[in-house]
Design a protein around this ligand. Sequence first.
Ligand code: ADA
Length: 566
Amino acid sequence: MIRKQQELEGMWDFVKEDGRKYTLPVPGCWEQHPELSNYRGKGTYYRKIFVTNSCNLRLVFKGVSHTADVWLDDTFVAHHYNAYTPFSAVVRSVTPGEHLLKVEVDNSFSEQSTLHRPNDYYSYGGISRPVGLEQIENVYIENMHMTPVFKKDGWCAVIEARVINTGEKEERFDICGSLSEKMSVCEKEDVGCHLISAQSCVLSAGEEKIVRWELAFPGVKSWMPDAPALYFLKLRLMKNGQAFDDLIDRVGFRVVSLMGQKLCVNGEPVFLKGFNRHEDYGELGCAIPPQLMAQDLDLMMDMGANAVRTCHYPNDERFLDLCDERGILVWEEHHSRGFKDWLLKNPLFETQCKDCVAEMIEYHFNHPSIVIWGILNEYASDIPEARELYENLYKQIKKLDPTRPTTSATCRHFQDLCLDLPDVVSFNMYSGWYQDGSVQERHEQEMDWIRKAGGAGKPVIVSEFGAGAVYGFRDRRRAKWSEERQTDILREDLEVYMHDPRLTGIFIWQFADCRVTEEEWFASRPRSYNNKGLVDEYRRPKEACETVREMYSGPGKMLSGLQGKN
Ligand code: ADA
């Protein structure tokens, strides 16, 4: 690495709005402190940083929940809304010595916050994802995207790098790089190392530019769910033969396509056997350490899953990294759950949705595991005035990334007016839990309606189905909320969905129990938790895990193939 960087994890000072002082871990949620376990409001985090030489600093926040205002000493450097997307800020000409980084965090609900609201999950408070400190020159690489393209003779890719001149004068430099299996820099074209030819650039003061290559990468391996080959893409900025900045990211060679009603990865149809997963873990809240992210994936894969839906917001990129490594297929969605049409009257709603979509795609573009972009879970798709918002968000996604299919999980059964807009039709269905009657019959009605309402010929996903069970509540009568009843309902649902060749995928609601806000939710949510998890908030398994394992693993235990449907 050429760019110097430091992780700012550890204990930070924290002052609550009323002046009380704490030291809290970063990353972390303040709810893990006993005195703050129900705190909703503002607080300020402080951390001293030390700089040895005069330089430009780039502060990188992977996620602050949910509104952040950042200062370095007395200079205001950034404002950001939304817990689930990253942001960064450049501070120029920082003098050597000690400096104070100050982050004012707010997790309160107000008209200014249209996406974080009282909901069927919890909006935690704090600097919940990692913070990084980087030293950059006046010119630096902000980001890069690789779009793999499969041609007759093998893999090619379009690489686009976003370079920025933060300085006050024109800068001339070269940009070059390599792609290889190893992290270390490779200097010459070799087996396993492909050079990215140098391009000369001129950037005027304050200018930002996209530098583009279209290159062939002969011999690279494809990224497949059962063999997820990953490569390091490394770009470098050079001046007078010296490298002065670089960026490294991991990429995979795969294309996602739709073939009739099938979703294909590199031309091979996949059937998604997935879980909906909230970022929530017992006392840790949404700040889940990588060890426990890996454990979540271990548990899901152990039950035979090959896919995960990041309901209902963009996830921590470390979780996506793990999905890339394991070949788990991801449906990622922007932040939005169950809002009603009255939000259309708040002009901030569309802006905040669009900001979230833009940041999600900008920073998660290179994850080969992401195969679907989702929008507006259970929004007002039955209201004519809402259709424009759906159109706008789908258009925005296609502009930013035309390579992945789009979808939206609807619950507006028989009334949805937007089924013709996405590439994939998805619906949430709680047969046996919120609705009684035969699962099969209800499913046939739904499929019939989808066909007539604009979804004919499109892949179809059951994006949510499930039932609540309070961990440890066992009952001979198999009453609702018992583990037995949850098992019965999931078995009935799975019997129908796993045997329907018209479906492209199914996602159980949900992997683990998650905390909900008491506001609006306590009456239908025992313990103030959404208890539809297969495991509880500490990942203790409920009885239904065995049933899901049996149904998802099936004969052959194919993680990615259609065979798992037998
Ligand atoms: C909805 C929603 C989920 C969750 C679920 C439930 O379909 O998308 O976030 O609230 O219902 O448990 O009722």
